[in-house]
Design a protein around this ligand. Sequence first.
Ligand SMILES: *Cc1c(COP(=O)(O)O)cnc(C)c1O
Length: 421
Amino acid sequence: MDHFNYRDGRLHAEDVPLARIATEVGTPVYIYSAATLTRHFGLFRQALAWTDHLVCFAVKANSNLAVLKLLGDLGAGMDVVSGGEYARAKAAGVPGERIVFSGVGKTPAEMRQALEGGIRQFNVESEPELAVLSEIAAGMGLEAPIAIRVNPDVDAKTHEKIATGKSENKFGIPIARAREVYAQAAALPGIRVVGVDMHIGSQLTDLDPFRQAYTKMAGLVCTLRTEGHTITRLDMGGGLGIPYRRDNSAPPLPIEYGEVIRETVGDLGCEIEIEPGRNIVGNAGLLVSQVIYVKEGEGRDFLILDSAMNDLLRPAMYGAHHDIVPLAEPSVGAEFRPYDVVGPVCETGDTFQKGASLPALAAGDLIAFRSAGAYGAVMASEYNTRPLVPEVLVSGDQFAVIRARPTIDEILSRDTMPAWL
Ligand SMILES: *Cc1c(COP(=O)(O)O)cnc(C)c1O
């Protein structure tokens, strides 16, 4: 459930008509609903209410400072994958004790930054990383708290570009080698083992892969304990999918996901961490765009928008579907027709949807891509020198620009000319 609904014939975010934001801020524009963010975060907390837990929002899904502050103020931890994201979490007021550092390629500088600023745990993904982290922490007179990311070799049954838990993927340490690597970790001076970490992929619409992975995790925890390791924390990763199509069967609910965690690892006495990104913010955001032209093609009409693949990359990158809806509610009995919805960028991949069923639209009309709050603005680029899309946060009847659209002058001023040219 989200807070984007038609009222009096106009699509609203909470109590604000989206067309009003489009007029004041311009298009394209990302619009987020604070009430929806709050609701989704609450659902995960509820799902883990049976135990000690921390819900760490995956910052990479949406890293706007206002979004991070809203979630951080509700008590969320943050899962970061770069020094930049770490800095964002801190700037949003989240204390280091609630920040988890994930990612396969942490640099020594990033490790130092997190150790200095405070960190809950590093999720370590390889032996070389373990060695470097130990050296840096020991050099600072510290012990870095770590979990090792274990690759359980399960098929997450999701898009191949976002599956991470198969043995062929670059992530984590093969579960068969976990004992050996934990023994290494325990022997290192700058390392303190606190837990086990897994993250098997994104946009999972079936609980079974989670169940398989977490069952393997439970077995591993028992083995590690027998070998003398203190395991007090389990990081279950993120990945719970969201409905991208209104008319489709819904993915499992956070409460059902929480049950799978309880059934598989609930009796180990560990604190539970989860790292949802998409599920908290995906359906809390829309991308609003204007029709520039309706172009008649052979056998199809093209809806040419002022947003493009550089603004919302998921369709071009993953063949992802985003429901498209007009901001003006279609009248009862309105005739729908198929459109190929495209952007102005000079690539055929700049196609959002083929044969989208929409009421007749004309130049100047406004539409919204639903479910665009996650992996939307964060993946945007300035390809074709198109300014980064601004972001707006709505709460009740108020809204605020939380990232302004850069001017073309600002974009040009970032380039510098060599003195010899
Ligand atoms: C991407 C990622 C997440 C979040 O995944 P979602 O599908 O957005 O929930 C969590 N943890 C790690 C390590 C990730 O890489």
